[in-house]
Design a protein around this ligand. Structure first.
Ligand code: PLP
Length: 389
């Protein structure tokens, strides 16, 4: 069997220190030891999210925290603006609709970024919108949205800015307070290098005022219960204790490297992947590439699912396929978490080989060469211009 090389944009690989932590006996959570660990983790998350706001820890996948960011902020019959451009941003709309919220849907084609001007226009037209729901890194297309620009137009309005940073935060620059993000949603299993099962919310004072003001159809996801428990710090229900310990290891590693360096590393790996794909003549899905992952079209006429199966069977390289209209047409590769330059080069090599072995016309080494040059130039302090698309 080929050696497993998990390179999907979630879940991502867990560091050896994190894995060793997971091998330990379960501890109890209503103890001073666990409170100290939770306090450390919440501080670490604040550092990674660049926020001084309250950070809440939930035991659920990322979508659970998205649901919390819907049911706690907008009452039934209230109005929300949803920016939609892919599988995950679509989820905001589906969630809002499930809770009887009136959705003002702003759709742009999959692969395109949102424009702040459009958001400003929508806010003028709908001054009663309670919140704008958007996404930092759209994991279905590899688009990185300009949340800073969107924050500038949402800031002066009455609406709250809610950002799905589930896969982006910890890979892409995200300055929660500075950019005016009222609620940031993050998951454990993407750039934070921890197994699935934890999700986090950063909540601004303005968002708390709204949460206090409305009827919330929530119990497990009632955020006021989580806020009350923060004094401990505690969690209202049993947290995934072992995952909190593993997360502490990831956050220590991020702090040791420095968050700006972590962002720069993901950006560099992304540039190298894009250069490699470009050299192989493959097209990217995203017009404005995210820093934590890349979505790439498989060549016309090639079965995308068979291609992914071959990559995994032959080389152990596990990539993700396409979702929705992109199913069978694209592969998605991570450049976040503990992945490094050689991980990227080996993945590009595997892609070249698999394409060649499946009868595609490929100049072996071309992609690896282009990606290597990006790394060599970066090591020499030159910033290579390998463009966006
Ligand atoms: C992974 C992901 C989600 C869904 O998270 P789950 O943990 O699977 O619930 C939502 N949004 C984005 C951008 C993601 O990448």
């Amino acid at each position: 069997m080929a050696k497993p090389r998990l390179m999907t944009p979630g879940p991502t690989q867990v560091s050896e220190r994190g894995l060793l932590t997971l091998a330990r006996q379960v501890t109890h959570h209503r103890t001073p030891e666990f409170r100290a660990l939770l306090a450390e983790v919440l501080e670490g998350l604040k550092y990674v999210f660049a926020t001084e706001h309250d950070v809440l820890l939930l035991t659920c996948s990322g979508t659970g925290a998205m649901e919390a960011a819907v049911v706690n902020l907008v009452a039934r019959g209230g109005k929300a603006i949803v920016l939609e451009s892919g599988k995950f941003s679509q989820r905001w709309r589906v969630l809002c609709e499930a809770f009887g919220i009136e959705v003002i849907r702003h759709e742009v084609p999959w692969g395109a970024p949102f424009q702040a001007d459009d958001v400003a226009r929508l806010l003028r037209k709908h001054p009663d919108a309670v919140a704008v729901y958007t996404t930092l890194q759209e994991t279905s297309t590899g688009v990185g949205h300009d949340i800073e620009a969107i924050g500038r137009v949402v800031g002066p309005s009455d609406a709250l800015l809610v950002v799905d940073g589930i896969s982006g935060v910890g890979a892409m620059e995200c300055r929660t307070d500075q950019w005016g993000i009222d609620v940031l949603v993050v998951g454990s299993q993407k750039a934070l290098m921890t197994p699935p099962g934890l999700a986090f919310l950063a909540v601004s004072p303005a968002a708390w005022r709204q949460i206090e003001a409305i009827e919330r159809p929530a119990f497990y996801f009632d955020l006021l219960a989580y806020r009350q428990a923060l004094a401990g710090p505690d969690t209202p229900f049993t947290p995934a204790i072992s995952l909190v310990a593993a997360l502490a290891e990831s956050l220590r590693a991020i702090r040791a490297e420095g968050i700006e360096r972590v962002w720069a590393r993901a950006k560099l790996l992304g540039r190298a992947i894009r250069a490699g794909m470009d050299a192989l003549g493959l097209q990217l899905v995203a017009d404005r590439p995210a820093d934590g992952m890349t979505a790439v079209y498989v060549p016309e006429g090639l079965d995308g699912r068979a291609f992914l199966r071959r990559l995994e069977a032959r080389f152990g390289v596990k990539l993700a396929g396409g979702q929705g209209p992109l199913a069978g047409k694209v592969f998605r590769i991570a450049q976040m978490g503990i992945l490094d330059e050689l991980d990227v080069l080996s993945a590009v090599a595997a892609i070249e080989l698999a394409l060649a072995e499946m009868g595609q016309k490929v100049n072996l080494g071309l992609g690896v060469g282009a990606a290597s040059r990006v790394f060599a130039q970066a090591a020499n302090g030159e910033v290579p211009n390998t463009g966006g698309k």
